[in-house]
Ligand binder design. Structure first.
Ligand code: HEM
Length: 237
């Protein structure tokens, strides 16, 4: 075992270290969500803007950028989920030993986080099959007609994929439920991250709680606007 592996396993094997891992991977995932939201809102700007953005993502760094981002995201997601499950199991056994009001409250809130977190995980798997792997649909055959008319070249029509992806009610419903659970997860998550990193004091805790709620609401409203506009207000259809 070299020094790097030894220090990583020391961090992983301590409860505090694991809490830091949950917090830091959580920050990476929060930042991804903000970036992903901004990119996805281009759907409202139109086909040209959205498809150019999709091409940029796939071509940045000679096509390596997207894979580096995917690996970092996957590593963060796996570490975040495993560390959270292990911490929840530890908290549960601690609660059995010390039955007092504070630990019961902490465990109750972390139990909600676990369920919202696992639903988000199921959503991410569904979402990857839907828009990235494009399983059981013909989205890979969609060619951008405007770009073809202008340049004579072919490029993928990711904009139409999103419009068609949200033209089917069961998918829209599932996204709406998952995004609402994501909102609850984020609003608790943001203040937990501040607490773990030692930035939360008695004075600042209300401000942090409020900031977490605002961030979660912006993410929820932004993502929700896309399926809602497409399905209920026929945007792009
Ligand atoms: C209305 C909401 C959303 C829309 C319209 C949307 C759209 C998309 C699209 C079009 C892609 C495929 C990108 C490509 O390969 O060209 C994608 C990938 C992805 N989305 Fe979303 N997304 C939404 C919400 C979310 C949420 C809430 C999460 C996380 C909880 C998420 C996580 C991901 C991930 C991890 C990828 C894979 C990135 C990659 O490997 O390329 N998305 N999304």
């Amino acid at each position: 075992m070299n020094a790097l592996t030894r220090s990583f396993s020391a961090i992983w094997n301590s409860s505090l270290g694991k809490k830091y891992i949950v917090a830091l991977t959580g920050i990476v995932l929060f930042l991804f969500l903000a970036g992903h939201l901004i990119g996805n809102l281009l759907v409202f700007v139109g086909r040209e803007a959205f498809n150019s953005y999709a091409v940029f993502l796939h071509e940045v760094g000679h096509g390596m950028g997207v894979w580096v981002a995917r690996l970092v995201l996957l590593a963060c997601l796996v570490a975040h989920v495993i560390a959270t499950i292990q911490l929840t199991i530890q908290n549960r056994s601690a609660r059995e030993q010390y039955q007092n009001k504070n630990t019961i409250q902490a465990t109750l809130s972390s139990r909600i986080m676990m369920w919202t977190g696992l639903t988000i995980l199921a959503f991410v798997i569904y979402h990857l099959l839907h828009f990235t792997v494009r399983f059981s649909n013909s989205y890979n055959d969609y060619i951008d007609p405007e770009y073809f008319a202008e340049t004579g070249l072919q490029r993928q029509d990711a904009w139409k994929m999103v419009i068609d992806g949200f033209s089917w009610f069961p998918a829209v419903f599932f996204y709406m439920v998952a995004l609402s659970l994501l909102c609850s997860h984020l609003s608790h998550g943001v203040s937990s991250v501040f607490q773990t990193l030692g930035f939360r004091s008695k004075k600042s805790q209300d401000l942090i709680r409020c900031g977490g709620k605002i961030y979660a609401f912006v993410i929820w409203a932004g993502f929700m606007s896309i399926p809602v506009a497409i399905y209920f207000f026929k945007f792009g259809r």
